[in-house]
Design a protein around this ligand. Structure first.
Ligand code: MEV
Length: 306
């Protein structure tokens, strides 16, 4: 039997603009994870995903099924026939909340299958396999989710380029608050694309400004300039609202976090629901956490970037 896990992720700066070649920053979130167990059995491959109440045979799944496609493509990559094993998937990453649940399942699956088959796949190979599956989940993914999750380190990401890691001069703490609203990335990315098509110059300018924030944020993180980061997050949230990807729930949580003393707060991921992130410190994080719960968050996770 082989077991492997992969973390969730949050986007600190640059969601959506990153689909259109502007830079973005994402970090892994180890407090939530997808775990995949691969076990021997004689016969056709069985997939068991109790969290989504699904149990099915690989041969019954079509090419649009992300889990089945990751199993087939990983086996093809490793030159092994997909047979004589069971795949069991469990995850503590809520689905459609901007935390990378789909990419984490793909990465954990690639790792567990490679280990079960006694083969090695590099993080880049796992990342590439997971990217193909992201296309099934999202349509036109930038690749940031599979990259930050496969490499499990902070990334400064520009689509189509080798992702860069960067120095974190001062530890940063983020409260991650779930609005409780599921928001499939594919739908929001599609809406932003339609909005871009109908007002190209306005949206290109918004994306440029978001990209500039991601660049400035990288410099601030590298130089330990925490005071600069909060205002950059607030500005990113303002631009997200102009793109039409915020929501009442997101606005309530960002305002609650700021009133309770967060340095900055914004949506993270596709928006319209999902999670809000707030930059906190040792002094404020308890108060911000309570304020987020009082404002309607269904749960709050605190993660630290060292
Ligand atoms: C999703 O986590 C981030 C988006 O920018 C989509 C993508 O980059 O593929 C909304």
């Amino acid at each position: 039997m082989s077991t492997a896990s992969a973390p969730g992720k949050i986007i600190l700066f640059g969601e959506h603009a990153v689909v259109y070649n502007r830079p973005a920053i994402a970090i892994p979130v180890a407090q939530v994870k997808a775990t995949v167990k691969v076990e021997s059995r004689t016969g056709p491959v069985q997939i068991d995903a109790p969290d989504i109440s699904r149990r099915y045979a690989l041969e019954d799944a079509g090419p649009e099924d992300p889990i089945a496609t990751m199993v087939r493509q990983t086996c093809a990559r490793l030159g092994a026939p997909p047979k004589d094993f069971t795949v069991r998937i469990e995850s503590t990453i809520p689905v459609a909340r901007g935390l990378g649940s789909g990419a984490a399942v793909s990465v954990a699956l690639g790792r567990a299958l490679a280990s079960f088959l006694g083969r090695d796949l590099t993080p880049q190979e796992i990342c590439d396999l997971a990217f193909e599956i992201e296309k099934l989940h999202h349509g036109t993914p930038s690749g940031i989710d599979n990259t930050v999750i496969a490499f499990e380190r902070p990334v400064y990401f520009v689509k189509g380029q080798t992702s860069e890691s960067f120095r974190v001069a001062q530890p940063l703490t983020f409260a991650i608050a779930d609005t409780g609203v599921a928001s499939p990335t594919k739908d929001v990315v599609g809406d932003v694309r339609r909005a871009l098509d109908s007002d190209r110059s306005r949206f290109e300018a918004l994306f440029d400004r978001v990209g500039a924030l991601a660049r400035a944020a990288r410099t601030a993180i590298e130089f330990g300039d925490i005071d600069a980061l909060g205002p950059l997050m607030i500005e990113n949230q303002r631009l997200a609202r102009s793109m039409g990807i915020s929501s009442i729930e997101i606005d309530n949580l960002t305002h609650a976090a700021m009133r309770a003393g967060a340095r900055g707060a914004k949506l993270s991921g596709a928006g319209r629901g999902g999670n809000v992130i707030a930059l906190v410190d040792a002094r404020t994080h308890g108060k911000v956490e309570r304020a987020l719960m009082d404002a309607g968050a269904v749960r709050v996770i605190v993660t630290r970037l060292e």
